[in-house]
Design a protein around this ligand. Structure first.
Ligand code: TRP
Ligand code: ZN
Length: 882
C-alpha cells in the first residue's frame, strides 16, 4: 500500500549483482496461524561486479524479521538497515554464510504472491517478485542458487509436502507433525521456487525419455478431483515427446509434478519440477469441460513443460527480458498445438487474439516493446505484447531462417546458455551465429512498440504481362516513442488467376516461368518496396500476408468481388478465412448507423450459404469461417467507435443471415448431430462447433424449431460442449422462461464444481440479455461468488467489461462506474487482479466522445483512491497521462 509515486525501473540502469548466492537452505515450519521460514544462504562477492565494497542487499516484502546471523554471529539491530523493502548489511566479507528467520502469515495473504493458502492447502507463487514475501533474498533472476528445502507441518492436515527437485529425506516429528526434505540439483532463480503442503491425492504415470530414463509423473489434486487428471497427464506425455522430437530437449529431473490450486492469479507457473496450475487449466472431464477447455489445458500443460528448457535451464537476466522465455515458449506451445490439431485453425485463433487484443494494447496507453525499456510494477508486463507478439517475433525468425537453420539456432542457444540468465539479444545472436544471417534490423521488433501498417497498392500492365505491387510500411507513434525506423518484415504472398489457379511468381523477367514458386516470402526492409511479377497473362488477385506471416496491419483496397473470390479459391486456408472476415467487416461497417431496413450485401449471405453446405473443406475451417468478426475486433478497427451502433449493426447482419439461411442452419445442425460417441478429435470438435453455431444463430432469430432443439440438447447432452452450447443459445434468445429454467437447472446440477460454476457465471456476464448491470450485481451477491477467488472475479467482472461490450459501454456510464468501484474494492486485497481489470477503461481515448468522457472520469476516481497499489497506480496514471 502506498501514498506516493512508485519508482520507475529502467533497463539502462541494469547492473550485475554485487553478490551471488551459491546455495539456499530453507526450513519451513507451517502452522495454522503463520509460518516460520529459516534460511541459510552461502553468499560470495560477484567477481564480475565493479562495486567491490557494496553492502549485501536483500529484498523483502511484508516480512517479520525474527533473527539474522552472519557466519554464526547474531546481528544486532544496528548491524543492518531495514528500509521497508530491503535489508541492507554493510561491511560483509568476501564470502560468508547468512542465516535469516522470518515470520509470515500465509492465511492472511490475499494477494496470492509468495506463500498463501488456497482451499486449506499451502502453496506459493513466486514469479515475478513473490519470493521476497517469503524471506529476505536477492530476488532477481540473475542470482541463481541450488536449493534444499525442508517442510514441516501437521501430518494429518498436510500429508503431502512438496518442493522443487527430488525428495531426499522424510520422517515424523513430535506433536503429530512430519517433514520432507527436497533437493533441487539445478541452480535456479528465486522466482522458480515452489512449495505445496496439503491433503491431496496423486495420480501417477511414467514417461520414458529418448535416452531411456524413466520419469515419474505426478498430478496432485483435491480428492474430489481425482478423476479429472487424465487429459492433463496425456497432454504432459505428448509435450515431453514433442519437445524431444522437435527441439531435441529431454527432461532432466527424475520426477515431474503438477499441482492444481483453486485460487491463482494467472493460468499456471513453471516452477522447476513442480508446476502449479490454476485448477481450471488442469481439471477436465467430458461432463464438465468444453472442447475449448480441453484445448486450453493441453496448450498450458505444454507451455509450462516447455519452460523447463526455455525459461528454467536458460532463464532471463532481468524482467525486461521476460519475452525471452515467454515469447519463445508461446511460439513453442503454439507449434505444438498446431501439430496436435488443425494448423490452419490454430493460426486463425492466434491471429484473432493478436489482431483483437494485442493490436489494441499496442495502440493504447500501455503500449510497450517486446523488450520494454522501463516499468513500475513488473506484474503489469505479463502482457499480450510480451507473450503473443513475442511469439510472433520468434515465428518470424523461424520463417526467415527456415526450419533447419532455426533448429540449429535453438540448439546453439540452449547449448551456449545452459545454466545462464540471458537476454533477448543473446537469443537473436544464437540465431544469427547458427544461420549466418544478419538480424541487425530485425532486432527493432524487440525495441519498437506499435503495430506496423503495410499499405499495399498494385497495377497491371497487360502489354508487358507485368503485375506491380508496392508495399509501404510505417510504424505508428506510441507513448514515449516517435519517428520509428522501418522493420524487417517477412511478407508471404501468392497470386491467383481468374479460375482460382495459383500463378507462378516470377520476380526476374529472364527466369523460366515454369520453375517459379506459387508462394513467396518477400522481405520488407525499407519504407517502400515495389515488386514486379512477370509473365502474367491477366490481372491477378493478390493473396497477401499468407498465414499471417507478420504481426502487422495490411491495408489494400479489396473489392467485395475479390474477397468473395478469395474466400472460395485461396489455397491458403488462413487467407480464405481472412477474406471472409474482411468481407463481413466491410458489410457490418457499411451499415453502422444506417436505418433498420438498410440492405445487406447478398454476396455475404451467399458465401455463408455455400459454407453451410460445404462438406469437402476442412470442417474445422468451415466452423471458423462461420464466426462473424467479434464486437471487440470491430471496435478495435474503428476510430471513435460508437459501441451501441456497432453492436446493433453486427446483430442486424447476423439476424439477416440467419433468417435468410434458416433451413440451411437446421440442416447443418442435423448433419452434425448424432453418429458416434464423444471424442476429442479435430473432426468431432468441428462437428460440435458447427452444430452449436447453427443453434446459436437459430435462437438469435427466435426460431421455434431451434428453441426445441436447444432445450432437448441441453437436457440430453453427454458432454459440456453441447450442454454449454445449448445453454448459451438459450441465454442469448428472447425465450425468457426457457433461459431461466436452463440456468437454474444447470446451477442445480453443477453447483459443487467450481470450474463449472465459473462457466455458469461467464455465460451470463457475457450475454447482453442475461448480463445487464443489475443482473451482474446480482451475480456478485450470489452465494457461489467469492471475492478472494480470481477465477470468480474474472468470470463475472472481467467477462462483463471485456466481452459484454454493449452492456459495459452503456451510454449512461453505469458500466464504467461499476468497474471503477470493483477495482477500488479489489485494489486492497489483490492488486494484480485489480490492475488487470482496469484494462477496458484505459482505452478511453479511443472511444466516441460521449463514452470517453465518462471512462475518463471513472479512471480519475480510481486514481484518487487512498493507498492505491503500485500495480493500479501505474496503469491508471499511464492511461490518464498518455
Ligand atoms: N510464468 C507464468 C507463465 O507464463 C506466468 C505466471 C504465472 C505469472 N503466475 C504468475 C506471472 C503470477 C505473474 C504473476 O507460464
Ligand atoms: Zn510462460
Amino acid at each position: 500500500m502506498r501514498t506516493n509515486q512508485p519508482k520507475t525501473i529502467h533497463l539502462s540502469e541494469y547492473r550485475v549483482p554485487a553478490h551471488l548466492v551459491d546455495t539456499m537452505d530453507l526450513r519451513f515450519e507451517l502452522f495454522d496461524n503463520g509460518a516460520r521460514v529459516h534460511s541459510t544462504l552461502r553468499v560470495r562477492r560477484n567477481p564480475e561486479s565493479s562495486e567491490v565494497s557494496a553492502p549485501l542487499t536483500l529484498d523483502g516484502d511484508s516480512l517479520k524479521l525474527e533473527h539474522v546471523a552472519l557466519d554464526g554471529k547474531e546481528l544486532a539491530a544496528g548491524d543492518y538497515e531495514d528500509t521497508g523493502d530491503q535489508l541492507v548489511i554493510a561491511g560483509v566479507p568476501e564470502q560468508f554464510e547468512l542465516a535469516v528467520v522470518t515470520w509470515i502469515e500465509p492465511q492472511n495473504n490475499t494477494r496470492l504472491e509468495g506463500l498463501y493458502k488456497s482451499s486449506g492447502m499451502f502453496c506459493t507463487q513466486c514469479e515475478a517478485e513473490g519470493f521476497r514475501c517469503i524471506t529476505y533474498f536477492p530476488d532477481r533472476p540473475d542470482v541463481m542458487a541450488r536449493y534444499r528445502t525442508r517442510i514441516e507441518a501437521d501430518k494429518s492436515s498436510y500429508p503431502v509436502l512438496l518442493s522443487n527437485g527430488n525428495p531426499v529425506e522424510q520422517g515424523d516429528l513430535e506433536n503429530g507433525r512430519h517433514f520432507v526434505t527436497w533437493e533441487d540439483p539445478f541452480p535456479k532463480p528465486s522466482y522458480l521456487f515452489a512449495l505445496v503442503a496439503g491433503d491431496l491425492v496423486e495420480k501417477r504415470d511414467t514417461f520414458t525419455t529418448c535416452s531411456g530414463r524413466d520419469i515419474d509423473l505426478r498430478i496432485y489434486v483435491e480428492p474430489r478431483n481425482a478423476e479429472k487428471c487424465g487429459h492433463a497427464m496425456d497432454s504432459l506425455k505428448r509435450s515431453m515427446r514433442w519437445d524431444e522430437e522437435v527441439y531435441g530437449r529431454e527432461y532432466d529431473l527424475d520426477i515431474f509434478m503438477i499441482v492444481a490450486v483453486d485460487d491463482f492469479n494467472m493460468g499456471a507457473m513453471e516452477n522447476k519440477g513442480l508446476n502449479i496450475f490454476n485448477s481450471s487449466c488442469v481439471l477436465a472431464s467430458q461432463e464438465t469441460a468444453t472442447d475449448l477447455a480441453y484445448q486450453r489445458i493441453e496448450a498450458i500443460v505444454a507451455h509450462e513443460y516447455f519452460h523447463n528448457w526455455s525459461g528454467n535451464r536458460v532463464t532471463c537476466r532481468d524482467w525486461f527480458q521476460l519475452s525471452l522465455k515467454e515469447g519463445f515458449t508461446v511460439f513453442r506451445d503454439s507449434t505444438f498445438s498446431a501439430d496436435m490439431g488443425s494448423p490452419t485453425v490454430k493460426r486463425i485463433e492466434d491471429a484473432t487474439l493478436l489482431r483483437t487484443a494485442q493490436f489494441a494494447e499496442d495502440a493504447g496507453p500501455m503500449a510497450h516493446p517486446v523488450r520494454p525499456a522501463s516499468y513500475m510494477e513488473i506484474s503489469n508486463f505479463y502482457t499480450l505484447t510480451i507473450y503473443e507478439k513475442g511469439a510472433e517475433v520468434v515465428r518470424m525468425i523461424h520463417t526467415l531462417l527456415g526450419p533447419d537453420l532455426f533448429r540449429k539456432g535453438s540448439d546453439l542457444y540452449f547449448e551456449r546458455h545452459d545454466g545462464q540468465a540471458v537476454t533477448t539479444d543473446d537469443f537473436v545472436k544464437a540465431m544469427e551465429d547458427a544461420s549466418g544471417r544478419d538480424l541487425t534490423q530485425f532486432r527493432l521488433w524487440y525495441e519498437q512498440a506499435g503495430t506496423p501498417v503495410l499499405t499495399v497498392s498494385d497495377d497491371y500492365d497487360p502489354e508487358q504481362g507485368v503485375y506491380r505491387l508496392t508495399i509501404q510500411q510505417s510504424v505508428p507513434d506510441t507513448p514515449g516513442q516517435t519517428n520509428k525506423k522501418p522493420q524487417h518484415i517477412p511478407f508471404a504472398l501468392g497470386l491467383l488467376g481468374t479460375e482460382g489457379d495459383a500463378l507462378p511468381l516470377q520476380l526476374d523477367a529472364a527466369d523460366d516461368i515454369g520453375s517459379a514458386p506459387t508462394e513467396r516470402v518477400l522481405e520488407l526492409t525499407d519504407a517502400s518496396h515495389t515488386f514486379e511479377f512477370y509473365g502474367l497473362a491477366e490481372r491477378p488477385v493478390p493473396s497477401l500476408l499468407r498465414h499471417f506471416s507478420a504481426p502487422v496491419r495490411v491495408e489494400y483496397p479489396w473489392s467485395r468481388e475479390q474477397l468473395v473470390f478469395l474466400m472460395s479459391h485461396d489455397p491458403d486456408g488462413f487467407n480464405r478465412w481472412d477474406a471472409g472476415q474482411r468481407l463481413a467487416v466491410d458489410v457490418i461497417q457499411s451499415i453502422v448507423g444506417a436505418p433498420e431496413d438498410a440492405g445487406i450485401e447478398p454476396r455475404l449471405v451467399e458465401a455463408y450459404r455455400t459454407l453451410l453446405g460445404d462438406s469437402v473443406l476442412d470442417q474445422a475451417l468451415v466452423a471458423k469461417m462461420l464466426q462473424l468478426p467479434s464486437e471487440a475486433y470491430l471496435i478495435e478497427l474503428a476510430s471513435s467507435p460508437d459501441v451501441a451502433a456497432i453492436h446493433r449493426a453486427r446483430d442486424q447482419v447476423l439476424r439477416h443471415i440467419a433468417t435468410s439461411l434458416r433451413d440451411e442452419l437446421i440442416a447443418c445442425y442435423h448433419r452434425n448431430t448424432g453418429a458416434g460417441g464423444y471424442e476429442i478429435t479435430p473432426e468431432s470438435i468441428a462437428r460440435r462447433s458447427l452444430r452449436n453455431t447453427a443453434l446459436a444463430w437459430l435462437l438469435m432469430i427466435n426460431d421455434e424449431a431451434g428453441r426445441d432443439l436447444a432445450v432437448q440438447q441441453f437436457q440430453e447432452a453427454d458432454n459440456m460442449t453441447d450442454r454449454m452450447g445449448a445453454l448459451r443459445a438459450l441465454v442469448n434468445s428472447d425465450y425468457a422462461a426457457e433461459r431461466s429454467r436452463a440456468l437454474a437447472d444447470f446451477y442445480e446440477r453443477f453447483q459443487d464444481d467450481p470450474q463449472v460454476v465459473e462457466q455458469w457465471f461467464s455465460v451470463q456476464s457475457s450475454s447482453d440479455r442475461a448480463g445487464q448491470l443489475p443482473q451482474i450485481k446480482a451475480l456478485l451477491d450470489h452465494p457461489a461468488f467469492d471475492w478472494k477467488n480470481p477465477n470468480k472475479i474474472r468470470s463475472v467482472i472481467g467477462v462483463f467489461a471485456g466481452q459484454n461490450l454493449a452492456a459495459f459501454h452503456n451510454p449512461d456510464g453505469s458500466g464504467y462506474e461499476f468497474l471503477a468501484d470493483q477495482v477500488c474494492r479489489l485494489d486492497d486485497s489483490n492488486p494484480q487482479i485489480a490492475a488487470r481489470l482496469v484494462t477496458p477503461l484505459t482505452r478511453w481515448q479511443k472511444f466516441a466522445p460521449a463514452y470517453s468522457a465518462m471512462m475518463h472520469s471513472a479512471l480519475k476516481r480510481i486514481r484518487d483512491k487512498a493507498g492505491l497499489s503500485a500495480d493500479v497506480y501505474e496503469v491508471v496514471h499511464k492511461s490518464l497521462e498518455a
